[in-house]
Design a protein around this ligand. Sequence first.
Ligand code: ATP
Ligand code: MG
Length: 193
Amino acid sequence: MRIGIMGGTFDPIHFGHLIAAERVRDELPLDYVWFMPAAEPPHKHSRTVADPIHRLRMVEKAVVDHPKFCVSKLEFERQGTSYTAETMSILQKRYPEHEFYFIVGADMVHDLPNWYRIQQLIQDVQFVGLNRPGYGRPELPDAIAKRVRYVSMPSIGITSTDIRRKRAAGKSVRYLVPEGVREYMEANRLYET
Ligand code: ATP
Ligand code: MG
């Protein structure tokens, strides 16, 4: 089967993530998309991230009504920083019959040359890049560029950062996240301060 991996901090998950995943699933096409929240994201050392359990619960709520979307807890079962190269090497060994596609927004495509063990990672997976407001298509080293294909989506200017700021300011996040996610944030008073 062809499996898309949608990795992220998901702090919180929002409609940008869901639209990106659905576009790639539909276009490639993919059999499933596995949403994989990072327990300890390598990119986010500079700020406090919501409790992994809250981030995971919100992802579960967001994908529950899509039969082709599910949640992988793989990065929660491991200790330490969640490096994609390690995660994907584990997945390759565990599921040699599947073909994996790692889904990334344009900001992450720019960052690819700096990823931990990128040379190994590009052997294991293909990347699928999506447009994101504020980021063009970068010039990548040939070896990486060969392993990235692009899928377009309606430009969605939603970010988790903006949702956290809105919550902290007491502003509405309706229609930026699925209702179940909004209710979960309300009930657990997430990002209020
Ligand atoms: P933060 O503002 O905290 O960085 P974020 O909105 O960027 O949050 P992440 O969890 O960092 O969300 O992103 C996970 C993946 O989803 C990344 O590959 C990112 O590029 C992609 N992504 C997030 N939001 C969008 C969007 N609006 N359009 C396209 N891709 C997106
Ligand atoms: Mg981000």
